[in-house]
Design a protein around this ligand. Sequence first.
Ligand code: ZN
Length: 88
Amino acid sequence: MSFTKRKFAPRRKYCRFCENPEIPLNYKHPEVLNDFVTDRGKIIASRMTGTCAKHQRAITREVKRARQMALMFYTATHSTDVLKKSRI
Ligand SMILES: [Zn+2]
């Protein structure tokens, strides 16, 4: 995933979904939603990501749907990555 280095990059913020309407914003694409969620599973505030209010609402809704469909995790305890790290 791409959320290692540029999470809080001091670049100009813009709404990614307004910029490029081609990006799928729904629970079927958790790889898109993962950019708007911390590694502990929290949804990142729009003031961090620059997402507009309309699309932030959509992200929130779709992340919650993806969690229910078990496409994303609710907390870090449910993430296989974190479990692997803690065992080392
Ligand atoms: Zn937008």
